[in-house]
Design a protein around this ligand. Structure first.
Ligand code: ADP
Length: 342
């Protein structure tokens, strides 16, 4: 008994020691990736370098999955930071251009008010003409800045989810007609004469969607305005409305300058323009399509583009078709109240 007792004590002790050593080894091995995660997080905090990533190959374990999620989160944060930095750079650059023009004109006006005809070489009529031109330019540039700031505000609201969208049934065919009429008026504004472009109506299905009438009209006006701006004289712009398998598609097709395949994805980014000078000349700031896309997304829809350089572009607004739900209230013959559409 004494011997068995001794063996038992010895065996148990050896087992406990062995279990402790193996357990410690396994725990250290399993928790080593946590150390890597902590070190990486620490390095990011110290160096502000969001490009650091955790290098853990074992994606199957819990820690591996934690590392993969952590890396994904870092990707998103880094992308967000880069977008924000680029946006701030773009905004300051875009605002600087009109401000410089305004300052230049104010300086000119200041000098002219001090001595309207300069050193006498300028006739009084010429001086007042110059005066008028300067004021017109100041006005145009401040209007451009005003529009850019309200566009940016709208985008910021859309980003933070604070964009006010009044959801109600909207008959897209009536919106289409209003946009068609307004687009015809735009031709004269951009091209100088009303018949410079042929504005046509294509298919005209009837369609009901759920959304904000004014915002949807704004999206379509952005698309038709672009079509008018980027289509040379003699071209055509066709606006159509079609029902396609649960979607209401409003397309704006032009025979304009077109957009290359690489640039088609980028044009929906803020401030992106294929030809900055041309866009600026037309009063654009590169925000129109990003706004159109955000409004479409707020309606569970999207804006897509197909285009060929030198041939033309077709922009399509896709919106989910709205099925009007009839009220289930039974017809109350006694009070002759008939349940109507909700
Ligand atoms: P912008 O104010 O410059 O028109 P948008 O966001 O509306 O800004 O458009 C971005 C860019 O996409 C434009 O600058 C232009 O280069 C290109 N683009 C948009 N619509 C068309 C079109 N119908 N034809 C050719 N290019 C277009």
């Amino acid at each position: 008994l004494t011997q068995v007792n001794r063996y038992l004590i010895l065996g148990t002790t050896i087992s406990i020691v062995l279990a402790a050593i193996i357990g410690a080894f396994l725990a250290r091995r399993a928790l080593a990736p946590i150390d890597t995660i902590t070190e990486t997080a620490d390095a990011i905090t110290r160096t502000h370098d969001l490009g650091n990533r955790i290098d853990i190959r074992d994606n199957a374990s819990e820690v591996g999955r934690l590392a993969a999620t952590f890396n994904e989160m870092l990707d998103r944060i880094q992308h967000l930071f880069q977008t924000q930095e680029r946006l701030i750079g773009d905004v300051s650059h875009e605002l600087r251009t009109p401000l410089t023009t305004i300052q230049g004109n104010i300086e000119l006006l200041r000098r002219m008010t001090a001595s309207p005809t300069g050193n006498g070489n300028l006739r009084l009529e010429d001086a007042s003409e110059l005066f008028r031109e300067s004021l017109t330019e100041v006005q145009a540039e401040s209007e451009r800045m005003n529009k850019m700031i309200s566009d940016l505000l709208l985008l910021a609201q859309a980003d933070s989810g604070a964009l006010q969208i009044q959801m109600a049934p909207v008959e897209m065919d009536t919106v289409l007609l209003a946009v068609y009429r307004q687009t015809r008026r735009l031709v004269e504004h951009y091209k100088g004469k009303p018949d410079a472009l042929d504005i046509r109506l294509g298919s005209e299905d009837q369609a009901l969607v759920r959304g904000d009438r004014d915002r949807l009209r704004q999206v379509l006006m952005n698309l038709t305005e672009n079509a008018v701006k980027y289509t040379p004289e003699g071209g055509a712009v066709t606006i159509s409305l079609e029902n396609r398998e649960g979607w209401v598609c409003v397309s704006v097709a032009d025979t304009g300058i077109g957009i290359s395949e690489e640039q088609q994805a980028a044009i929906f980014e803020r401030f992106y323009r294929t030809d900055k000078a041309r866009s600026r000349e037309m009063g654009g700031s590169g925000l129109g399509l990003s706004i159109a896309q955000r409004i479409a997304q707020a309606h569970d829809g999207k804006v897509t583009v197909t285009s060929q350089l030198g041939v033309g572009s077709t922009f399509t607004l896709w919106l989910p078709e709205y099925e009007e739900v009839l009220s289930e209230t039974p017809i109350n013959l006694k009070n002759t109240v008939i349940a109507g559409p909700q």
